[in-house]
Design a protein. Sequence first.
Lengths: 115, 112
Amino acid sequence: EAGVTQSPTHLIKTRGQQATLRCSPISGHTSVYWYQQALGLGLQFLLWYDEGEERNRGNFPPRFSGRQFPNYSSELNVNALELEDSALYLCASSPGGFSGANVLTFGAGSRLTVL
Amino acid sequence: GENVEQHPSTLSVQEGDSAVIKCTYSDSASNYFPWYKQELGKGPQLIIDIRSNVGEKKDQRIAVTLNKTAKHFSLHITETQPEDSAVYFCAASKGGSYIPTFGRGTSLIVHP
């Protein structure tokens, strides 16, 4: 069974540009989570999508946005890139729904570097 | 919201020694506590988890204990090996529509 896949693996952008990161969840999983892992800061929650809807959002500015497609894959968009956006962006999926524990399975991440 | 504190931030041990990583949480309603291992260049992988109706869970060389009264839980690794070297994250979750909250991670270094 394929795990959570993310693309691209690495992405280099300059300040002010836009970045788009993509995630495919485990087959059968309907929930997708996005986390930012900046150096020394642990995992900071960005966004949660379930059944195509945004269910929750972390403490990030509106230039961080995303969506979930009918096949449950997801993309994260970061507009007007700033140097401090440089980080590893992790996607995770879970079976979804609103009952039971959120057991997350992570992908390998997309490394975004902003110059 | 939930707050998870994790200690120590760095742990250095000799091969064969035991390692213990501790986490505390603030929300008494949290009921699911996973531990993740993140190796260099990879995403975090779930290694063990525990639910609030259990006090201890063991899987070969790793074990997790939970003290609901004190609101803390710990990861124990026995007979450490160099391949155990990684960053370990704890998390706490209430399930449902709540997002798991992660600790800031512990970098475990096992010296051969």
